[in-house]
Design a protein around this ligand. Sequence first.
Ligand SMILES: *[C@@H]1O[C@H](CO)[C@@H](O)[C@H](O)[C@H]1NC(C)=O
Ligand SMILES: *[C@@H]1O[C@H](CO)[C@@H](O)[C@H](O)[C@H]1NC(C)=O
Ligand SMILES: *[C@@H]1O[C@H](CO)[C@@H](O)[C@H](O)[C@H]1NC(C)=O
Ligand SMILES: *[C@@H]1O[C@H](CO)[C@@H](O)[C@H](O)[C@H]1NC(C)=O
Ligand SMILES: *[C@@H]1O[C@H](CO)[C@@H](O)[C@H](O)[C@H]1NC(C)=O
Ligand SMILES: *[C@@H]1O[C@H](CO)[C@@H](O)[C@H](O)[C@H]1NC(C)=O
Ligand SMILES: *[C@@H]1O[C@H](CO)[C@@H](O)[C@H](O)[C@H]1NC(C)=O
Length: 916
Amino acid sequence: MVRRGTQAILAASIASVACCQQVLDLSGVDWTLTSPNFSYISVPAKLPSQAHLDLYAAQVIGNPLFGLNDFNLRWVAFSNWTYTSAPITTLSQNATSTWLVFNGLDTFASIDFCGQHVAATNNQFRQYYFDISSILPSCNQTTLSINFGSAPIIANQTAALPDQETWPYGVEGLFEFPNRQFIRKEQNDFGWDWGPAFAPAGPWQPAFIVQLGANNIYIRNTLVDVYREGQQNLLLPDQMKDWVLNASVDYLGSLPAGSSLTYSLTKANSTTLSGLLQNVTLVDVELWWAIGQGPQILYNLTLDITDGNNSTIASVTKRIGFRTIVLNEWPISQDQLDQGIAPGNNWHFEINGHEFYAKGSNFIPPDPFWASVTETRIRQLFESVVEGNQNMLRVWSSGAYSPDFMYDLADEMGILLWSEFEFGDALYPVDQPFLDNVKEEVLYQARRVNHHPSLAFWAGGNELENLELYLVNQSAPDQLTRYAAEYETLFLDTIVPILFENSRSISYSPSSTSNGWLSLNFSLPQPITERYENLTESSIYGDTDHYDYDSSHSFNLSTYPVGRFANEFGYHSMPSLQSWRQAVDPSDLYFNSSVITLRNHHYPAGGLFTDNYANASKGMGEMTIAAQRWYPVPNKPDPLGNFSAWCHTTQIFQADYYSSQIQYYRRGSALPERQLGSLYWQLEDQWQAPTWAGIEYDGRWKVLHYVAKDIYQPVIISPSLNVTSGDFEVWVISDLWSSISATVNLTWYDWKGDQLNISTPYSTNVSVGAINGTQVLSSNIENTISGHNASDVILAMTVSAQGSLPNSNTTQTFEHTNWFHADRLSNANLVDPGIQLSYSNSTSTFTVQATTGVAAWVWLDYPVGAVLNFDANAFWLKPGEQKEIGYTVKSDTTGGKWVDGVTVRSLWNNTVPWGY
Ligand SMILES: *[C@@H]1O[C@H](CO)[C@@H](O)[C@H](O)[C@H]1NC(C)=O
Ligand SMILES: *[C@@H]1O[C@H](CO)[C@@H](O)[C@H](O)[C@H]1NC(C)=O
Ligand SMILES: *[C@@H]1O[C@H](CO)[C@@H](O)[C@H](O)[C@H]1NC(C)=O
Ligand SMILES: *[C@@H]1O[C@H](CO)[C@@H](O)[C@H](O)[C@H]1NC(C)=O
Ligand SMILES: *[C@@H]1O[C@H](CO)[C@@H](O)[C@H](O)[C@H]1NC(C)=O
Ligand SMILES: *[C@@H]1O[C@H](CO)[C@@H](O)[C@H](O)[C@H]1NC(C)=O
Ligand SMILES: *[C@@H]1O[C@H](CO)[C@@H](O)[C@H](O)[C@H]1NC(C)=O
């Protein structure tokens, strides 16, 4: 059935003949960028755009991402920027109404049309529309001019208003520009610990002039909500119920009498259209699944608005999917207790009634300037997500709401997007104008994206309950009640009613990390009561967020959190030499050069300082100490070679640490915590700098992305060492939805690759249940390897399993290999593995072979000019073992010549003076 939403079509009183509408896309108009602060600057501009991009294109400024331009370009952020159109000559003079429609203005804009002031805006995330019908008749010079104020100055002015809200010291996460929480602008534009602070300004989204006839409307936004009958947010839907499809449109203009809404639904990828449907409940729809779970079936829903004479006056098509996705935060049931699950509450996602293991990472804005982010860039990034065996991204708040094309790609590729409202690492004002502004933002964005089957979840903001309320409690415990109440005013009482009125299909939590809800009551306007610290001992609640920069803890599993789901964890590493070359002068290419150090924003400056050496050096030191503590570190006479090898070693540590945590969380699927998700921090970079990313700014994979790809495979074999007790276990873990039967091999070697006589079972057959793990070895490491020198003991573990993917009847083989070393690699008796690399033109594959020893962390590297990923990398080889490796090219400016520049190294190369 189709129900009309609250904003659906209502018949208007005037009846007359529908007429044409004219929509002028303002990207097709010539624009000029000027500044009232600098009379000499006047450059051609684009729309959509941001001032930095147009200034760079005109060579007024250099590449914002180069060197220390982050600091040098602050004058741009402190200035006003005016976008002025050329005279618009194509406007009709006989329209009934004329509108300006902006899908996004960043952020404080004063808009003039024909020299007359139209309006001012103050929210980057709202769609604005203004009726300019009365201006047009008296207009001689039809120019549009948009004057953007300086967000940092306006944020300061807002903070300084009389009676403005304040918070205890330290509650605002202060990176560079202060006072970001007072304005509705991308929060990381003011700086973050993985990015620069440009505070850009400009018309960052498309804009239009819409002209309407008397019986004509323009659809500016559309809501489609697809859910099971009776479903409500956070309730587990009954999969036996019919689907409900609720659609409504937001429009400009007025409807003629007798208008109605009709719809048609067709399978999006099918050539045979099923035509107009009268009754959606009769359709036997096919379900949409995330990648690895089943097909991504999409349908086109076309909504036609017809007048009394049955002629269509407006039409909109949205591609939708039929799926339920819910965040299950319900109490652990008796059934679950009987299975050995610890009491407390669930915290995991269920799709179409199936729980699943969420594997993925956190997405940040892929560029400091959204106006330069193209569909092609996101497609390449998402291809890496899918190639990396990830099925969910947490689209971190404090960036921007994702563009439609990003959700469209995720719909097609089966990537679940945990989405968030754009608040984070601060508490926010709750005065009425601020709340009213947020309401408009939430209404627009929630309606805009709800139809995408990839939309998995809404969170209110980043690290609010676990960090912000915690910080208040630390610095001003007597004021916690006040600030917690304000937190609820915004993140529960303001956001929830709007979201739940528009969507019954998507779950919500006020904070990305939280202990979940305590109770739900849908007879209240706002049904959620949060649990906070209302915890019962030895019960487990909520999701976890874990950072520990003391690298002596990194492989001590008891320092990792026990929770139901891990939504953030990580450690930073250097980008590759190839990426550094894009961003710094050759003379700065050494580890602690001032430019490289100052591009490390961990730890942040905490203000507009350009000499953040003290904090940045701490972050540099953390990477250095971690590398030295756990691996042999390079000491090469060639400075560039040494720099490159050091960058790479920090990446190995990062990947090793994440892999250890991911395996720990995945083992948790078989333990009382019933852990069902691992999303590491962070998927990708927005510039070239030391960060937590697994994918560098241009798309190049760091060691992390390869290692995550390996360890996110459906079936893995995983060692686990308790460094205190010496308890050593090996597990087979599967996130397939049916049980598997597996054969496991365990073989002990020394570094030369000679087999050691260590008496653990060599070959074992086990079965592993659905989304579960089976322990295949339990021993004590001291006893097991006694008589051998730990620095010369390594264990190769392989599993070969028969099983099938979810929603598939085909049995297939899943294989995985893992390695364990009894001592840290910095102590290991590494030997020269004699690695050989060759390339076959006929098969377009590389072959790598170790000949004289075990090769740890084998790494294929490729030169600048191309972006590609190898099918496997950062793996281990035993002597005599050959690995054939294909690759996927994402972009190439070398005409294929990159193949000749591919090199191979392993950890042993850190111990020799030559090479990179
Ligand atoms: C304005 O009038 C012209 C000429 O009569 C007609 O072609 C056009 O469709 C009209 N435009 C609108 C918006 O009514
Ligand atoms: C437009 O031009 C006319 C005649 O030149 C003038 O009288 C009128 O004031 C102008 N209108 C505006 C808004 O500038
Ligand atoms: C700068 O922009 C702000 C916000 O639009 C506006 O209030 C102010 O008047 C502008 N200043 C100048 C000099 O244009
Ligand atoms: C905003 O205020 C901070 C101090 O709170 C100051 O450092 C900064 O320069 C101010 N920014 C502007 C644009 O006035
Ligand atoms: C569904 O919509 C998409 C995008 O609007 C379009 O490319 C595709 O051809 C449509 N498919 C059908 C079957 O209408
Ligand atoms: C729609 O389907 C329902 C349930 O099958 C049926 O009772 C109803 O008559 C149908 N309505 C139309 C207009 O076909
Ligand atoms: C749609 O069809 C194209 C071409 O047959 C295919 O490549 C693509 O994977 C299909 N997409 C979906 C979502 O089924």
